[in-house]
Design a protein around this ligand. Structure first.
Ligand code: 4AD
Ligand code: MG
Length: 456
């Protein structure tokens, strides 16, 4: 169907005086004696275009909210540098009717209600803005890595090895319920892959294999976590950006994370001023200033051990008590980034017991070269580390955890053949969107959220 994007018509004066065809969904419709006003949106922009129908003495029937229509008319200059389209009644074609039970008749629905209509919520301003921010940030992330010599790789989604060892893998099986098998081994041996398989929680292990060939790689794909945590920041299926780089030590990993985030958020501020202003007005007052501040100042930095001291002397009444060796909970992460540093802060060198087997062991014998990035409002958005490059130390860490070596044979080979210092991190894409939009619930920053106990 020949038509022009509404975004193009409203962002340039070049169409004024010309005849254009636009299509879209009716957001509002007002009728008066001689004219009708229709706000039309085709999704290409947060702003609608106003269509003015010169009714004359025709019996023009105004379209209902939610209808899909096509209009052809003349672009005219409106007030405050805006443009509108003037049409005659017969220049409106209804493409798709929307009866009066269309759920988005009225404005001002709650986010909770909108979650019950995921197939329609993209037609609201809020989700129009969220979905575009996702797209613009995704493109910026690719551009950043591509311009810095990184190779984009696609790591497998089905895997035989658990990267994080946290027992959060969804099982992949074609073997339904049966009492036929006597042992677990027998059951898995008869399954599709001949062994136990699951959905990958992270592409890191394969990412390391690629990085020790291509030098600098990144992945951008889904990861899956069967975490039984019904929180505002956990999804069962989330999008994961994982750069992995040969010859990078922990400090280099931190530098990369900060540089990349500043670049992509800077790009967002440039490309999505309307969306950022929208979130600032409706979801987080001061969002724009916060993002501008973030990209022009250094992130904070603290070791885990120092962070524990800060938390202990905070005088706060945390639900989870703080002691050296404990994992940082969201309340601790938010206290550090919101109250102590008042900005994004890297926490490094965590106790080895609370981190994964692959992290480089520090000389103190107690901590590993890990880094998490904590941000106000969300908590952890990045988890990364330098990797253990020494074969014997890696084996020892796996043995301490009682891990089976067999699924990690290829991974261990990397430490046998031309091993190098290397490292990387994982950025949760939805957590980044929460942070850059001020949306408080992760269910509202992905098109179709998958969370424990909920799928459609
Ligand atoms: O800290 P995580 O578990 O680290 C890893 O997976 C490493 N293998 C990454 C690496 O070094 N290549 O996860 C990384 C990030 C978290 O900081 C968080 O932003 C996000 O992934 N994440 C989740 N996002 C939404 N829902 C979940 N259930 C998430 N689990 C992790
Ligand atoms: Mg983590």
């Amino acid at each position: 169907m020949k038509h022009i994007d509404i975004k193009n018509v409203i962002t340039s004066q070049e169409y004024v005086g010309k005849t254009v065809t636009v299509c879209g969904w009716v957001r509002t419709s007002r009728n008066s004696k001689s004219v009708a006003f229709i706000e039309l949106n085709d999704g290409t922009s947060l702003k609608n275009i106003q269509v003015v129908v010169e009714k004359g003495d025709s019996d023009f029937k105004e379209p209902r909210v939610g209808m899909a229509v096509k209009v052809e008319g003349t672009v005219v200059a409106g007030r405050n540098n805006t443009v509108e389209i003037n049409i005659t009644p017969d220049a409106l074609t209804v493409l798709g009717d929307a009866p009066t039970d269309y759920p988005l008749q009225k404005k001002g629905h709650t986010l909770e209600f909108l979650r019950t209509i995921p197939h329609l919520r993209g037609r609201t301003n809020t989700f129009n803005a969220v979905w575009r921010v996702r797209s613009v940030l995704a493109a910026a992330i690719h551009r950043y890595f591509q311009e810095h010599n990184y190779v984009y790789v696609n790591t497998p989604l089905i895997t035989g090895s658990d990267c994080e060892g946290a027992g959060e893998m969804f099982q992949v099986t074609t073997n339904g319920f049966t009492t036929e098998y006597k042992t677990e081994e027998e059951y898995y041996a008869n399954d599709f892959f001949g062994k136990r398989a699951g959905l990958s929680v992270s592409g890191q292990l394969e990412g390391e294999m690629a990085a020790t060939a291509m030098g600098k790689i990144y992945t951008f794909g889904p990861s899956f976590r069967a975490e039984n945590s019904n929180t505002p920041k956990h999804l069962a299926e989330f999008w994961h950006i994982e750069p992995e780089v040969a010859f990078m030590e922990l400090d280099d990993v931190i530098e990369l994370a900060e540089d990349m985030l500043k670049y992509v958020i800077g790009d967002l501020l440039k490309k999505c001023p309307d969306e950022v202003a929208f979130f600032d007005a409706h979801f987080e007052k001061g969002l724009k200033a916060r993002l501008e501040e973030l990209i022009s100042h250094e992130f904070g930095r603290v070791t885990y051990t120092e962070a524990i001291e800060l938390l202990k002397k905070s005088g706060e009444n945390f639900v989870y008590p703080v002691e050296w060796g404990c994992d940082l909970q969201t309340e601790h992460e938010r206290y550090l980034s919101e109250k102590v540093f008042k900005k994004a802060v890297f926490v490094t060198d965590y106790p080895k017991e609370i981190k994964s087997f692959y992290m480089k062991q520090n000389p103190d014998g107690k901590t590993v070269a890990a880094v998490d990035l904590l941000v106000p409002g969300v908590g952890e958005i990045i988890g990364g580390s330098e990797r253990e490059a020494d074969y014997d130390k890696l084996i020892a860490a796996m043995q301490e955890r009682g891990m089976s070596m067999e699924p990690y044979a290829d991974y261990l080979d990397l430490r046998k053949y031309g091993t190098v210092p290397h490292g990387g991190f994982g950025l949760g894409f939805e957590r980044l969107i929460m942070y850059t939009t001020g949306m408080a619930n992760i269910r509202d920053v992905i098109l179709f959220p998958r969370t424990v106990g909920s799928i459609r």
